[in-house]
Design a protein. Structure first.
Ligand code: GLV
Ligand code: MG
Length: 357
């Protein structure tokens, strides 16, 4: 076991010191760009103004014959654009692929000082993070990179889910984690053919018999039995949120593949937001507005949170507001909403006006 004192030591002589706290940044969406396509690269300066994170995707969805072009295209878009407050990330290929080593060495060598985060797919355990952590430290030292490049893991294998807590705490480089529902479904042998979202056959059917408590039938007469579709991702999202919150890193919902179903995308994103996620991937421009709407607190909730904080200035005791009991714990919940509202307001004048912060 690594001793606590060594946890924050740089892993290579000359590498920047690991961060003790994550930078405070609004990351409502991680917007995926296929960097091998010149037409898409040309849109990056404009997209970078609309999103919180631009990610050059090198892994799945990039054809095998375009892997090198995607890497070169990402380096080009990294150099060509001033990203300002917008994060610049890349999703590299999996560590067991023929491309991962060159992805890391070439990108850090060329644009190590502009790159904020490397998203690492198919993370099975802390050993994957340790490998990339060490390699990044060596490359940062060689190329005199000034700030540490962070690592974001995709939670998309059954083994990764088993090891989620160890992954979250594997290194001070850990930025956060995203749920990867497509690969995870395959890894678990789920019987689906989707990229995220629900499934109409994953449901609960109300009992046909009488309720043992009330003695009344659950449903009246011949009325059809109530049926409710359930969330396939609830368990994993909750497990990931706990692992990330306990480690002080950020959980994200990943991709939603049905671009034609904005309503379902919004519901999937919102479930993750309510459970504790801070953002999601946007694979299509239409999903940017959905993520902006979902991963910012509702103005009515913010107004109520303000009431709680104002009526308990020192965050302790108990008060009644609109018939609801508030105490130290609801004060803390209110603080979460208000802190996020301030972060959103600092970036978005329309939301600042709606929040009144
Ligand atoms: C994302 O990479 C996924 O597999 O869902
Ligand atoms: Mg995947």
């Amino acid at each position: 076991m690594k001793l606590p004192r060594q946890f924050f030591q740089p892993l290579a002589i000359g590498a920047p010191a690991p961060l003790r706290e994550l930078p405070v940044r609004l990351e409502r969406m991680i917007h995926f760009v296929p960097p091998h396509m010149e037409k898409m690269r040309a849109k990056v300066p404009d997209i970078a103004k609309q999103v919180d994170v631009v990610l050059g995707n090198l892994e799945d969805a990039i054809p095998v014959e375009a892997k090198e072009a995607a890497r070169a295209g990402f380096i080009e878009m990294g150099k060509a654009v001033d990203y300002g407050q917008t994060g610049l990330w890349t999703r590299i290929n999996a560590l067991n692929s023929p491309w991962a080593l060159d992805d890391v060495t070439e990108i850090v060598g060329a644009i190590g000082d502009k790159l904020d985060v490397i998203m690492l797919p198919k993370v099975d355990g802390p050993w994957d993070i340790h490998y990339l952590d060490q390699l990044l430290a060596q490359l940062e030292a060689r190329h005199k990179v000034q700030k540490p490049i962070l690592i974001h893991a995709i939670l998309e294998t059954a083994q990764g889910v088993n090891n989620v807590e160890a992954i979250a705490t594997a290194s001070p480089r850990m930025h956060g984690m995203s749920l990867g529902p497509a690969d995870l479904a395959a890894s678990r042998a789920m019987k689906t053919t989707r990229v995220g979202g629900g499934h109409p056959e994953y449901k609960v059917l109300a009992d046909a018999s009488s309720s043992p408590i009330s003695g009344k039938p659950d449903i009246g007469g011949d009325a059809p039995r109530a049926i409710y579709q359930q969330d396939l991702w609830h368990y994993t999202t909750a497990k990931m949120v706990d692992a990330c919150a306990a480690a002080g890193i950020k959980p994200f919902y990943g991709p939603f593949g049905d671009f034609s179903d904005a309503a379902a995308c919004e519901v999937q994103f919102r479930n993750s937001f309510l459970l504790g996620c801070v953002g999601a991937w946007t694979l299509h421009p239409s999903q940017i507005a959905i993520a902006k709407k979902v991963y910012a607190p509702d103005p009515a909730e913010v107004a109520f949170a303000k009431k709680i904080v104002e009526s308990m200035p020192d965050g302790a005791g108990a008060v009644m507001i609109d018939g609801k009991m508030q105490d130290d714990a609801t004060w803390k919940q209110a603080k979460v909403l208000l802190d996020l509202a301030k972060l959103v307001a600092a970036k978005d004048p329309d939301m600042a006006a709606r929040y009144g912060v």
